[in-house]
Design a protein around this ligand. Structure first.
Ligand SMILES: [Fe+2]
Length: 349
């Protein structure tokens, strides 16, 4: 049997093997000799003798690392749903609503890229939470009329004792920016009608009063900010000025239209959390203003804003921003597990 001819130093990569200051002992090369592994232990290599990685190896490492990240961001994370639980303390909350549970979904973006199986998994995960109410904050479809029925049918499988409530997002209005130009003038009407047909209550600048015995809590739904049909005055008409209320609005920046009104919790989406939170770069797809309300729970002037990262995606790529379903539990007072208050504009999660 051929004796092993390797020396301890030969276990190094070839580029480093040449760095060994002491060549293998001549005895190691004699036929039949067996090198002792302790003759040239690695720590005999002085640190100063180690060569820096070459540019080529650095590039190879960078490419390898980022190729792995890109594959993960396309294959894994866009379909890796997470459930986020939050307790939310609301002053003056009617006692009957203490512990009330709202499942919050946003930005399904049903379209060509969203796998039907993943959509069904999201529906099943929501049903498993058994919430009192399900809130859907817009962007049911990604683009055009083609997937309206598919989105409505998926949502129509949801069930909750107090019902399903929705507001429309900018994609439902086919509006891509704050200028308000609509590519399909009647798309939002088709989305609203399809949802209504499936038993979803679409709140277009109006309020639905939730009932628990004699206690009532208004659930107020606003049209999308960019649609230019967002009307808080009309929405809050009939709600006493000091009565606590829950607001649904697709775009979290809607809070700037609500300065003359009381609101306690606003559920929103729209940002998708930027979909990318790249190491060292952050949420590169969001502008400065959007980053202030990017994802999660924020406190704002004594009220709460929840920015849902969304179930679907605008483009199939997520990194560090997993899709989510939120389960929000309303509380009259803080409990040990409740989310602590944070300074205005600071994320509470
Ligand atoms: Fe969206």
């Amino acid at each position: 049997m051929q004796p092993p001819r390797s020396t301890p130093s030969s276990s190094y990569p070839s580029s480093e093997r040449s760095l060994q200051p002491n060549p293998p002992h001549p005895l190691h090369h004699l036929p039949g000799s067996h090198p002792h592994p302790l003759h040239h232990p690695p720590h005999h290599v002085p640190p100063h003798a180690r060569r820096r990685p070459t540019l080529r190896s650095q590039i190879a490492r960078w490419l390898g690392r980022n190729w792995a990240r890109l594959s993960y961001a396309y294959q894994v994370e866009p379909l890796w749903l997470e459930i986020n639980h939050h307790d939310i303390v609301i002053a003056d909350l009617p006692p009957a609503f203490d512990g009330y549970r709202i499942a919050h979904l946003s930005d399904l973006h049903v379209g060509r890229q969203l796998p039907q199986r993943y959509l069904e998994e999201a529906i099943e995960a929501t049903l498993a939470l058994a919430p009192d109410l399900i809130a859907l904050t817009g962007d049911f479809i990604h683009k055009g009329y083609r997937h309206v029925a598919q989105a409505a049918q998926a949502v129509g499988r949801l069930r909750a004792p107090d019902g399903l409530f929705a507001v429309l997002g900018n994609h439902d209005f086919s509006v891509r920016n704050a200028l308000g130009y609509r590519r399909y003038a009647g798309l939002h009407l088709a989305v609203a009608e399809a949802l209504s047909h499936q038993g979803v209550v679409v709140l277009r600048n109006r309020t639905h009063w939730l009932q628990r015995g004699d206690a009532r809590l208004p659930l107020c739904g606003l049209d999308d900010l960019w649609s230019r049909e967002c009307d808080p005055v009309r929405t809050f008409a009939g709600v006493p000025a000091e009565h606590p209320r829950i607001v649904l609005a697709h775009n979290p920046q809607t809070i700037h239209l609500l300065q003359d009104h009381r609101w306690d919790l606003l559920l929103s989406g729209h940002t998708h959390g930027g979909q990318i939170d790249w190491p060292g770069l952050g949420r590169i797809t969001l502008g400065k203003k959007a980053r202030q309300l990017a994802a999660g729970l924020y406190s704002h002037q004594g009220a709460w804003v929840y920015v849902n990262k969304g179930v679907g995606f605008g483009f199939r790529f997520r990194f560090g921003v997993r899709p989510e379903i939120a389960l929000l539990t309303l509380r009259r007072t803080a409990r040990p597990s409740a989310t602590p208050a944070t300074p205005p504009g600071e994320p509470a999660t």
